[in-house]
Design a protein around this ligand. Structure first.
Ligand SMILES: CC(C)(COP(=O)(O)OP(=O)(O)OC[C@H]1O[C@@H](n2cnc3c(N)ncnc32)[C@H](O)[C@@H]1OP(=O)(O)O)[C@@H](O)C(=O)NCCC(=O)NCCS
Length: 230
């Protein structure tokens, strides 16, 4: 299967590129920036990182493959006989617009599951999700469309994670939890069982959410987690 990856961020597209061809028996042919203009990337900024081995797009290429830089990316992919797309964009609104375009097309929105991910019986992983290495999705849990479950995180039994959300590295979501769509549950945070957080919630790194919140758009931090003052 010939596929394209939408996105070119090292922490997402770069990482997924290292395992998806083996895991899904596919071949990555292109990276896509779904816009006509490309952000200016300063090589100095891009390389100002602890690791020196870091890639970024140069002259329309990323990781030695050509990029498609166009709002007409779907038409271009169809002309190039691309059969499927993995959406590796970190911005959840952008993921939603890619999803809306793809569902109207003949190109498949692929779900990428690393071979070390564990998905228990009755769990539902909706289209466009990425399950990174060592993730766990429990019995009858539901992961919404284009949701990213990042390395080492867990979503336990009967929990529901809304569309276009992100469960950060090492985050722990207990059973019977509801996470609203477009939420970000960051690095190493926890949400205890039978708690709900609405749409567009951010749970800060290391926070421990122990009660339900009703207001959308909150950032919850600390233990027990409380809304961050604006
Ligand atoms: C919660 C978060 C989103 C807030 O970001 P922000 O609005 O830019 O916050 P700031 O960095 O301006 O910090 C504001 C204050 O909150 C504190 N704070 C920030 N994040 C916090 C956290 N997770 N827990 C406790 N306190 C936190 C800061 O120390 C700072 O306190 P001060 O005003 O007393 O100095 C962010 O800090 C966070 O947790 N990000 C997660 C990153 C992550 O998990 N990345 C993984 C990528 S895969």
């Amino acid at each position: 299967v010939r596929i394209a990856i939408v996105g070119w961020e090292e922490g997402l597209a770069g990482q997924v590129s290292t395992w998806i061809e083996t895991a899904m028996q596919c071949s990555i042919e292109y990276y896509v920036h779904p816009n006509d203009t490309f952000p200016i990337i300063s090589a100095k900024d891009a390389l100002a990182r602890p690791a020196k081995n870091f890639s970024f797009p140069v002259n329309g290429m990323y990781l030695n493959l050509p990029m498609i830089i166009s709002k007409d990316w779907l038409k271009r992919l169809a002309e190039l006989n691309i059969e499927g797309v993995v959406c590796c964009l970190s911005n959840s609104q952008e993921r939603e617009s890619i999803y809306r375009e793809l569902v109207k097309s003949d190109i498949a929105l692929l779900t990428a599951v690393h071979p070390s991910a564990q998905v228990l019986g009755g769990a539902e992983i909706k289209p466009g999700c990425i399950l990174e290495p060592n993730t766990y999705v429990g019995y009858r849990a539901e992961i919404g469309v284009c949701t990213h479950v990042k390395v080492g995180s867990q979503v336990d039994h009967h929990s529901v994670v809304g569309d276009f959300s992100e469960i950060g590295p090492g985050a722990l979501i207990a059973g019977n939890v509801l996470v609203g769509e477009h939420s970000k549950i960051h690095l190493g945070s926890t949400i205890i069982n039978r708690v709900s957080v609405p749409r567009n919630t951010t749970v800060g790194a290391g926070a421990n959410v122990v009660k339900t919140y009703q207001d959308e758009g909150l950032t919850l931090i600390g233990n027990p987690a409380k809304p961050m003052s604006k």
